[in-house]
Ligand binder design. Structure first.
Ligand code: KIV
Ligand code: ZN
Length: 520
């Protein structure tokens, strides 16, 4: 018998809590649109009480996105629940309020300073308040995996009685191991009398690298919703990765009793790229499903095997996760063909943007013999997907030699002004970045720099990723691509600077999950 597993994507909430990964409202909307194309069942859009920016993003997503249900997080505190309800209001009957309260002894004693009966009372009150606004309420006993199972069962029973239709069991600190976590889900199924009235969900963190394994063990023992993020991003070591759970269930139907999801797996790779681009979080090369090496066969014996019969070394088809590499791009392509191919890759661009990409493909074809999807992705993401821009690069010229010198011209988008300067440095990249600092008047300190080639061949496009520390110790990531590494470095640095300026404009977000609850 095959059963559906709901996919609850929390990239925009838990994923965004990952240091340096924060996104503004327009960037979150862009991700939400792509999550809708991916056909996730629920999008957790944010934690509205945490900041004005979070509220605004949840409201914008609730207003625009059709298809998936839209969830917002709230503590069991009236003000949080009211704020979540207000942000979700445009989603109508697709709105879900997700309330949480820690239940483990360690959280009760040191964070909440509450006894078990107070936790029960607060959880019930929170769910009942949320139910006054929406019919779809999810409850999470935070740190469930470290909670006494008998008390957890009591809380879950009371939460269902109070009106929660989904009970989410979080492994908040990534402490669980698969057989134990599976048993916990089974225990709840067997010891909570009203459990059949709710969907059991799980939310696993990856501190021991077991988030996906724990989620799969939970499904085998009765969970029918998994909470996960694109590329596994999230607090600390991250959350369970959506692409790994979905492809494990699909590829190993035999082992997982035929569970299925409604995910359009061909949208997995475009979604991974978009999230990586907008958060600045680089995907490790050997990451399952979406890493650069996931479908690459280096060893000659493997290449030979794959050519003779693909399944000798491939358990999934690259096309099934949206990775295509046919050589269809070229200088003779018209903009209609470009638009269609871009859409297949998950990009929705305006006609003017498609025309611009078409011209750039023609220009690239003069420099490069073969143009691959990755080349085009790099072009599109570098120009059209980034939405936060205060400064853009107008001109960059460098002179190497005894005293490396850079000449930089920057455009300030909001003031429509252009400023230029020249300066020296320890090398051409250092000279370019120092000159950018002088023009903008903002000093950044490069704490991390890496360059990878995102396309193939000697004339490959390089991707530069930077982590820059700005005033007040704020660390921001930036990413950019170009066939010229010095230019890619300047663009990545400007990308980090633009994100920093954008974050400065928004009210800071507090980590309310770590704070004791206000008295009622
Ligand atoms: O990790 C966690 O416990 C959470 C909850 C709010 C679900 O993110
Ligand atoms: Zn979490």
């Amino acid at each position: 018998m095959s059963e559906r597993v709901l996919i609850f994507d929390t990239t925009l909430r838990d994923g965004e809590q990952c240091p340096g990964a924060s996104m503004n409202t327009r960037e979150k909307l862009e991700v939400a649109r792509q999550l809708a194309r991916l056909r996730v069942d629920i999008i957790e859009a944010g934690f509205p009480v945490a900041s004005e920016g979070d509220f605004e993003a949840v409201r914008a997503i609730a207003s625009e996105i059709r298809g998936p249900r839209i969830a917002a997080l709230a503590r069991c505190v009236d003000a949080d629940i009211d704020r979540a309800a207000a942000a979700l209001e445009p989603a109508g009957d697709r709105a879900r309020i997700h309330v949480f309260l820690a239940t483990s002894a360690i959280h009760r004693q040191f964070k909440l300073k509450m006894a078990q009966d107070e936790i029960l009372r607060r959880a019930v009150a929170g769910i009942q308040r949320a139910r006054q606004y929406v019919s779809d309420v999810e409850f999470s006993p935070e740190d469930a995996s470290r909670t006494e199972p008998e008390f957890l069962a009591q809380v879950v029973q009371a939460a269902i009685e109070a009106g929660a239709g989904t009970i989410n069991i979080p492994d908040t600190v990534g402490y669980a191991v698969p057989h134990e976590f599976g048993e916990l889900i089974r225990y709840l199924k067997e010891h909570v009398p009203n459990i059949a009235r709710a969907v059991i969900s799980v939310h696993c963190h990856n501190d021991l690298g077991l988030a996906v394994a724990n989620s799969l063990a939970a499904i085998q023992n009765g969970a029918r919703q998994v909470e996960c993020t694109i590329n596994g991003i999230g607090e600390r070591a991250g959350n369970a990765s959506l692409e790994e759970i979905v492809m494990a269930l699909r590829t190993r139907k035999d082992a997982f009793g035929g569970f299925y999801t409604e995910i359009d797996t061909r949208q997995i790779y475009p979604t991974s790229r978009l999230v990586s681009h907008l958060t600045g979080m680089v995907v490790q090369r050997n990451k399952a499903i979406v890493g650069d090496n996931a479908f690459a066969h280096e060893a000659g014996i493997h290449q030979h095997g794959v050519l003779a019969h693909r399944e000798t070394y491939e358990i999934m088809r690259a096309e099934d996760v949206g990775r295509t590499s046919e050589l269809t791009w070229g200088k003779h392509m018209g903009h209609h063909a470009v638009a269609r191919k871009l859409e297949e890759m998950g990009y929705k661009l305006s006609e003017a943007e498609v025309r611009k990409v078409t011209e750039q493909i023609k220009a690239l074809a003069d420099k490069k013999k073969a143009i691959y999807d990755e080349d085009v992705r790099a072009l599109v993401e570098g120009q059209f997907i980034e939405v936060t821009r205060v400064w853009t690069l107008d001109y960059l010229g460098v002179m190497t030699g005894a005293i490396p010198t850079a000449t930089v011209r920057l455009r300030r988008v909001d003031e429509e002004t252009v400023r230029a300067d020249a300066g020296t440095g320890d090398g051409p990249i250092d000279a370019a970045l120092k000159t950018i600092d002088r023009i903008t008047g903002i000093r950044g300190h490069l704490v991390d720099y890496s360059v990878t080639s995102v396309t193939r061949g000697k004339d490959a496009i390089g991707e530069v990723s930077v982590r820059v520390e700005f005033e007040g110790g704020k660390i921001v990531t930036g990413k950019a691509t170009s066939t010229d590494i010095i230019e890619a470095s300047a663009l990545a640095y400007l990308n980090a600077l633009n994100r920093y300026l954008d974050q400065q404009q928004r009210a800071p977000q507090r980590d309310l999950r770590a704070e004791p609850l206000p008295a009622v």
